[in-house]
Design a protein around this ligand. Structure first.
Ligand SMILES: *Cc1c(COP(=O)(O)O)cnc(C)c1O
Length: 368
């Protein structure tokens, strides 16, 4: 791997392939694979990741918002793209880019049908989302009749899938709750299929659902975090490889005498001699202020260097008193040894948040 000469996020496409193949090995042959590439591909690069996965054989993609889907289309993605959380104001654009909406309540369903009819569309693919316990987005069970009667009044749209989302698929203490969500979804989808004259695809599982509930894979699974290398448990993490490594270099080293302070607000005051390294990465790059004052750390020459004082917008200072290093040396923030999950734990958050926080000003480089 090339040594960093500035702050970079290195994306290992071989690791991505490994994760794709590992997750795929958990599925039946005819189960479709939807890759979730929202939030810039969990902070990596949604277009690069989606193009690579399209070549590997992903069947479907999902994003949260319409703009994210447009970016994929402009990058040449041709597979279907599900937009998980569209708003009516963007429906014409969604249609112009052949994106497929998740319709999650009666208001949005009616608005989409209205626009699809005005555009004289025929059988435009839509996805119906049901709430089975997450209480975030989705129709409820008693809406089935109403949904189907709205759909049957028009040729403009066709339901290509019926889906739901698990609330606690990674938490086996909540197994009973999850099994109940699966049972509700089974009941709803039977009702839907009974009333329609065709059978839409059914899907429910995110990454942890794939790993923990093989009985709920249905026709398709939706995987995000697993592709990026995390399985939400130590056991599953062993089979996956983090694809993103956030690296930087040492810009400057300072000797701090007893009684001196480091950084804004003099948040750190030394009570003995120490050496600090200043790094060109700060909260504007994705290292939140909560990692400051000794909570978070970076790795230099395999050793941990805790963050000293407050995190600045463009810089952090780290304690290197115990590390034999010099200006220009490489620094690892997170990667395959110290993972985003481990760093996230120092501030009680999760890999998802740390990964998606890496800002767009950090250069992405790709290892083929
Ligand atoms: C983000 C998201 C996923 C992916 O979840 P992971 O835990 O990252 O695999 C799947 N489905 C929906 C509806 C989502 O919002």
């Amino acid at each position: 791997m090339p040594k960093a000469q500035e702050t970079v996020l290195e994306i290992d496409l071989k690791a991505l392939k490994h994760n794709f193949e590992h997750l795929k090995s958990k599925l039946q042959n005819n189960t479709k694979f939807l890759a979730v590439v929202k939030a810039f591909g969990y902070g990596s690069d949604s277009c690069k990741v989606a193009s690579y996965l399209e070549r590997l054989g992903a069947d479907y993609f999902a994003v949260a918002y319409i703009n994210e889907g447009i970016a994929l289309r402009e990058a040449g993605i041709t597979k279907p793209i599900l937009v998980l959380h569209p708003q009516a104001v963007n429906f014409k654009t969604l249609i112009a880019y052949s994106l497929e909406p998740s319709l999650y309540n009666m208001k949005i369903l009616k608005e989409f049908i209205k626009i699809a009819s005005a555009e004289k569309l025929n059988n435009y693919p839509v996805h119906i989302k049901f709430n089975t316990g997450l209480n975030r987005l989705g129709f409820c069970e008693k809406d089935v009749h109403h949904i189907v009667s709205e759909i049957k009044r028009t040729d403009a749209v066709k339901i290509v899938s019926v889906f739901s989302h698990l609330a606690a698929s990674e938490d086996l203490n909540e197994k009973e709750f999850t099994l109940n969500q699966i049972a509700i979804f089974n009941r709803i989808s039977k009702k839907m299929i009974g009333k329609l004259s065709y059978k839409p695809m059914l899907h429910m599982c995110n990454t942890s659902g794939i790993l923990n509930y093989p009985e709920a894979h249905f026709d398709m699974v939706r995987t995000g975090i697993g592709l990026y290398g995390f399985g939400n448990s130590d056991e599953e993490n062993k089979n996956l490889a983090p694809i993103a490594t956030l690296k930087t270099i040492i810009s400057q080293i300072h000797n701090i005498e007893e009684g001196e302070s480091v950084g804004y607000n003099r948040a750190f005051k030394s009570n003995s001699f120490l050496k600090t390294a200043t790094l060109p990465i700060g909260h504007a790059d994705g290292i939140g202020r909560q990692y400051g004052n000794g909570k978070g750390f970076v790795t230099i020459k395999g050793k941990e260097a805790p963050i000293v004082g407050n995190v600045c917008m463009d810089m952090i200072m780290v304690n290197i008193t115990h590390i034999d290093c010099k200006e220009g040396d490489e620094v690892i923030i997170f990667g395959q040894d110290i993972t985003a999950e481990q760093l996230a734990e120092t501030t009680n958050t999760i890999s998802y948040e740390l990964l998606t926080f890496v800002s767009q000003r950090v250069k992405r480089i790709f290892l083929e």
